[in-house]
Design a protein. Structure first.
Length: 264
């Protein structure tokens, strides 16, 4: 069902967009359809956002025909890239745009989560702002639900607004099968085998909260999305009475090396 043929406009050779998409550093972008770019409705408001708007649009749609010096040409080129990015943010939340980005996601073209416990889960590009010029693109992992910086500096300088704050969440709603099973696995800091006190207390508190939430979901018969946990953990876990919502450092059974004690 998600098999859109991305080559439908193959009879048309899009020089500028072809060049843009295949340029090094532009691997996160998908190709915007000709029909989308030429429909003025989709570009509403962008004329005030982009310098030399009409020339930039002409360049992107390969009808640019202006005799100008190199400096001007460079300015227009810059505007064209900005325009493409802004339209891209709108395009990738359309059915067709989502489908193209989903294909890229499946091939892990946006990279894989660097977190060891996420098992190389593919990432999705996203912006923290929809306004351009505020922050650069980040990568979202649906497994740990956290954000990462792109590995390459070529990608790290891309404006986050070219992807927007909603795209990654919309994609996961449109393709629910892409939502991964959540994992409860995480790293426990230890000193010579003893769990580091503050971290362990915080983890226990967080795990408590999560258990409560899962209980509530179970009672309400709501699918939590967490993987089924095998009872693999050791004696530290089960013999203690977890005392609710504090993590004030009164739990016993944890190492308290003097160097870790924060409060005197
Ligand atoms: Zn992750």
């Amino acid at each position: 069902m998600d098999d859109f043929n991305s080559e439908t406009d193959s009879s048309y050779t899009s020089y500028w967009r072809d060049w843009f998409i295949s340029s090094r550093g532009n691997e996160y972008f998908c190709e915007i359809d000709e029909d989308y770019l030429t429909d003025r409705f989709n570009l509403t408001g962008l004329n005030t956002e982009v310098q030399y708007y009409q020339y930039a649009l002409d360049l992107v749609t390969d009808v640019f025909d202006l005799d100008c010096d190199d400096e001007m040409r460079e300015q227009i080129e810059k505007s064209a890239r900005h325009l493409y990015g802004l339209v891209h943010a709108r395009y990738i939340v359309t059915t067709r745009g989502l489908s193209k980005m989903f294909e890229k996601f499946k091939k892990a073209e946006f990279g894989k989560c660097p977190r060891y416990h996420c098992d190389q889960h593919p990432l999705l590009p996203m912006g923290q702002h929809d306004v351009p010029g505020v922050s650069s693109v980040k990568l979202f992992c649906a497994k740990c639900e956290d954000l990462y910086n792109p590995k390459s500096s070529r990608h790290a300088s891309i404006d986050g607004a070219y992807f927007g704050t909603s795209f990654h969440n919309i994609l996961l709603q449109v393709y629910p099968n892409a939502v991964p099973v959540k994992t409860t696995r995480r790293y426990e800091p230890k000193v010579f085998g003893f769990r580091v006190h503050a971290a362990a207390a915080l983890m226990r508190w967080q795990e408590d909260r999560r258990e409560e939430m899962l209980d509530r979901l179970r009672r309400a018969r709501v699918e939590s999305g967490f993987e089924e946990e095998e009872e693999e953990d050791d004696e530290l876990e089960d013999d203690e009475d977890m005392d609710g919502d504090d993590f004030d450092g009164e739990h016993d059974g944890y190492a308290q090396p003097t160097t870790v004690q924060a409060h005197q």
